[in-house]
Design a protein around this ligand. Structure first.
Ligand code: ZN
Ligand code: ZN
Length: 421
């Protein structure tokens, strides 16, 4: 649609959106109270699939375990894919909200964990359901093919690839554009877009270091993996500070460091778990090879009996928005939101959203929707305390429903409308 058409489309949708909001609030709270871990999103997928069926989409389920695709062919025009991820996190929610999750589930290792939507994917699902219904009910004002995709397993980095591996590209029309959004800390009512890298690449790995255990009173008979792990931990931080150019951004966090059981036993081995975030593939490759070099060298320095063992835990590609497509989305956002749509800085979070665009080799655009109560956010901003607002994955991450629900729905519909005929 042209800009003036988007304007009248938005005006026409506004009252329909308001009429739909009570239903969407109920759907949101229901999904929030019934979160499901990655690749176990059976109930959520059914809710989405039933809704798409009710509103006349051609629906396919169980793609890559729980993935759902709804296609609506509505005349000539580009194929627009809208994507929402469905999974929750193994986190016991502590928001204190009246609709707080109290669910418990078993993770992939069979361990019982609290489960909650502290990344906000419940909002993503609700937004896409709302957009699907409204586009279906107003088929007279747009022509194109709409593809609504509900993706599992984002939090484990395997959901999008799982759908691709299950024949997604052969079974459904190739999109001309792929659009997705994420609720983030930010003033509710605003959206943030960015051309180029908007989310970091994320790489996690486990490093197992081998020593030789012995009695704590006789260190001369040991090769102490605790010393090796400690030295490695410190030295790994020099990759970012000494090997990455100051104008590049990168993060390396060692979030787990495990060795031993008792104070007077030198253990046989130690394990480090690392998470790396980068905004440039060259930097990423350099850091990954530097991690291996330093781990091996520290082990050699201690005369370790063997090289460390490296296991990939997850790998998220860079989310790098297409410049031309982003400009089109941004223009439409400004029509809808005025100066409540703003260019944003990239975030050092990662997503597997780009897996679809990368495999299909089509442009994609991903943007942020603010979820923080405006007064709280502006107050924190004034006092330079934005970092104290509980962010995604915190036990206290609690986006406000209003106006976040409406803003995300408007953003998704406006961005899609920019492509429709
Ligand atoms: Zn997350
Ligand atoms: Zn997320």
């Amino acid at each position: 649609m042209e800009i003036n058409q988007i304007k009248s489309f938005n005006t026409r949708m506004d009252s329909f959106i308001d009429k739909l909001l009570p239903e969407l609030r109920d759907i949101y709270k229901d999904i929030h109270q019934n979160p499901e871990l990655s690749l176990q999103e059976f109930r959520t997928a059914k809710i989405a699939a039933d809704y798409l069926t009710k509103y006349q989409f051609e629906v396919t389920t169980e793609i890559g375990i729980t993935g759902v695709v709804g296609v609506m062919k509505n005349g000539n025009g580009p194929t627009v894919m809208l994507r929402a991820d469905m999974d929750a996190l193994p986190v016991a929610e502590a928001t204190g909200l009246p609709y707080q999750s109290t669910k418990i589930a078993r993770d992939e290792d069979g361990v019982e964990v609290g489960v909650s939507h502290v990344c906000g994917h419940d909002l993503h699902v609700t937004w896409l359901m709302g957009a699907a219904r409204l586009f279906s009910e107003h088929r007279d004002v747009w022509k194109s093919t709409l593809m609504a995709v509900f993706q599992p397993g984002e939090e484990v980095g395997r959901g999008a690839q799982g759908m691709i591996d299950d024949g997604m590209m052969e079974r459904f029309p190739k999109p001309d554009i792929i659009l997705g959004q994420h609720v983030m800390v930010g003033e509710s009512g605003t959206v943030g877009y960015r051309s180029g890298a908007i989310l970091s690449a994320g790489n996690s790995l486990k490093v197992k270091i081998f020593g030789r255990g012995s009695h704590g009173s006789q260190p001369q008979t040991s090769i102490d993996p605790v010393i090796m792990a400690a030295a490695t931990t410190m030295r790994l931080q020099t990759i970012i500070s000494r090997e990455v150019a100051p104008v590049e951004n990168a993060v390396l966090t060692i979030g787990a460091l495990q060795a031993g059981t008792k104070e007077n036993i030198i253990p046989d081995d130690a394990t480090l778990k690392l998470n790396i975030r980068t905004f440039n593939d060259g930097v990423k490759d350099h850091i990954l090879s530097a991690v291996k070099r330093i781990c091996c060298a520290e082990c050699a320095a201690s005369n370790a009996p063997r090289d460390p063992e490296f296991t990939t835990l997850d790998s998220y590609p860079l989310t790098e928005n297409d410049a031309k497509a982003t400009a089109k989305v941004a223009e439409a956002f400004h029509v809808q939101f005025g100066d409540k749509a703003q260019e944003t800085l990239p975030a050092s979070a990662s997503e597997d959203f780009s897996v679809f665009g990368r495999n299909w080799k089509v442009p994609y655009v991903f943007w942020f929707v603010g979820g923080t109560d405006p007064q709280t956010y502006l107050e924190a901003k004034k006092n330079n305390q934005i970092n104290t607002i509980p962010s995604n994955h915190s036990t206290k991450f609690a986006p406000v429903i209003d106006p976040t629900l409406k803003t995300g729905l408007q953003a998704m519909m406006t961005a899609a409308a920019a492509w429709f005929n």
